[in-house]
Write a protein that binds this ligand. Structure first.
Ligand SMILES: Nc1ncnc2c1ncn2[C@@H]1O[C@H](COP(=O)(O)OP(=O)(O)O[C@H]2O[C@H](CO)[C@@H](O)[C@H](O)[C@H]2O)[C@@H](O)[C@H]1O
Length: 479
């Protein structure tokens, strides 16, 4: 089965969040299921550098939204890549989505329309790569940046199947309707059953209306998307397409995130007891003193979604019990400043920035990981926590609801609990959960059992890769 995956970011080459992890992990996970996946990425400087000189040109465009472009085929970091080298769109330093002023690049609509159009052309015409013909049977589109693929595919006369995965419905790729002609889209589709969204043009809605199948990254988020509280104005679309929508949980890269072999951490471990030297090393690195309560970490983008403003308010519940907080994150200025302020407490340590290696040391060395998100399509850091015996304390929403077994009396009785969940997502329930965390941490046998359960829980890609392969087969058969 030949599949083209289309994404705006892909680990380890270029990453701002979890989408990159998933786009980077899928090809290897799906290889075992007989899927030959190539990934189409924008030619950002980091991607061009990783591609090196071994890449060959497989297509060219004289004028792709204002400049020449080439499509390169090559390999990097174990991935089979197709890279859209369009310097006028992608050869920029800094953030891949935001300009130096912190606002979206003004030409983001063209940049990702260009990516989607190239995907459609590959789907319609195929390519010759290393002397062999290659044409995908299915295009797997990720988020709004690939939302126009089905429309362009129709325009280009392609007939391959399409799947669109929603990693986060908060990002919809909205732009003014004056862009319709500029992007080469049919104005006849600018209506409520097409890509019109409250008078604007929506790349995400375009894909949601047109892709053969829709997925999101957990079963609970799939159900939540059909509700007004979570659908961000697209819940009606999700309800209309519910028969084509499924939730497939993300996995994690079990090689990169393996406490036994992790090169970033102080000492590898296979059993929860092995966390102790990592905890000592982490306290030393973060400048935290010894403490009787649980050392809790956060590794996150600092945005409204992640609910970390609630953590600031609920923090005394943890600190009053002798607990500690170590946070790594970046994002909203106001949240960054608020956490810097909070770090004036002896038992709070904060690093503002993005640091892959430190994220491993935080998860290995902490007793618990906090994920108080207002919504969370899947979430990856609670999965890292489980694998490292670091107890997740999570909001009962989306993938957090699907991957953590709450330490209810029944779950503790049966010896199956792996973490704590709280609901509703508000300060007081979070404070109660932190208090409860301290209770459980003070009971060594219960705590050890939870850690052992967590480390045993499957968090890899095996069953989800099977689910994607089955979905691809169905979609191809029906196309
Ligand atoms: N400062 C920092 N330093 C180092 N690493 C950092 C970091 N901040 C974040 N990260 C890393 O970035 C990734 C974030 O992934 P998440 O899935 O937790 O959230 P995100 O909202 O980005 O993803 C969206 O897409 C993914 C993928 O589908 C969904 O799981 C999720 O629910 C959805 O919101 C993790 O690998 C995390 O370790």
């Amino acid at each position: 089965m030949r599949v083209l995956s289309v994404a705006s970011e892909c680990a380890p080459l270029v990453k701002t969040g979890g989408l990159a992890d998933v786009a980077g992990a899928l090809p290897a996970a799906l290889r075992a299921e007989g899927v030959e996946m190539r990934t189409l990425l924008p030619g950002y400087p980091a991607v061009m550098a990783a591609l090196g000189h071994g890449a060959g040109q497989v297509a060219a465009e004289a004028d792709l939204f204002g400049g020449p472009a080439r499509l390169l085929a090559g390999h990097a970091a174990g991935l089979d890549l197709l890279v859209l080298d369009a310097p006028h769109l992608f050869a920029r330093e800094g953030s891949i989505y935001l300009g130096p002023d912190g606002q979206d690049w003004p030409d983001n609509p063209e940049r990702f329309a260009a990516l989607s159009l190239m995907a459609a052309r590959i789907g319609a015409r195929g390519l010759t790569i290393d002397g062999a013909a290659w044409r995908p049977e299915l295009i797997h589109c990720h988020d709004w940046q690939a939302g126009f693929v089905p429309d362009y595919l129709e325009r280009e006369g392609g007939d391959c199947a399409t799947v669109l995965t929603i990693h986060n419905i908060a990002f919809q790729g909205l732009t003014g309707h004056h862009m319709i002609e500029r992007l080469g889209l049919p104005r006849s589709r600018f209506h409520a059953d097409g890509f019109e969204y409250y008078g604007k043009l929506s790349a995400l809605k375009a894909g949601l209306m047109r892709a053969d199948r829709l997925t999101t990254v957990s079963p609970t988020y799939a159900a939540e998307l059909m509700r007004p509280e979570f659908g961000m104005g697209l819940d009606g679309v999700m309800r209309a397409r519910r028969r084509d929508l499924s939730g497939i949980l993300n996995g994690i890269d079990e090689t990169a995130w393996n406490p036994a072999t992790d090169p970033h951490i102080a000492e590898g471990y296979r059993h929860p007891a092995g966390k102790a030297p990592n905890r000592d090393a982490l306290r030393a690195e973060m400048g935290l003193p010894e403490a009787p309560g649980p050392l809790c970490c956060v590794v996150s983008r600092l945005t409204e979604q992640k609910g970390l403003d609630l953590l600031l308010e609920a923090l005394p519940a943890l600190l009053d019990r002798g607990g500690q907080l170590a946070l790594l994150g970046s994002g909203d200025r106001a949240l960054e400043d608020a956490f810097r302020d909070a770090a004036r407490e002896d038992n709070v340590a904060v690093r503002i920035g993005y640091d892959e290696a430190l994220s491993h040391r935080l998860i290995a060395g902490s007793d618990a990981i906090l994920v108080p998100s207002r919504f969370e399509p899947c979430g990856l850091t609670q999965l890292y926590g489980l694998r490292y015996g670091t107890i997740p304390v999570v909001a009962l929403t989306g993938g957090l609801a699907d991957t953590v077994i709450n330490a209810s009396p029944a779950a503790l009785d049966r010896g199956v609990a792996t973490g704590l969940q709280f609901h509703p997502v508000a300060k007081d329930p979070l404070a109660v959960a932190l208090d409860r965390l301290c209770d459980l941490h003070a009971e060594p046998e219960v705590w050890a059992q939870m850690q052992a359960n967590a480390m045993r829980q499957p968090v890899g890609w095996t069953s989800s890769a099977r689910a994607y392969a089955a979905l691809y087969r169905d979609a191809i058969a029906a196309a």
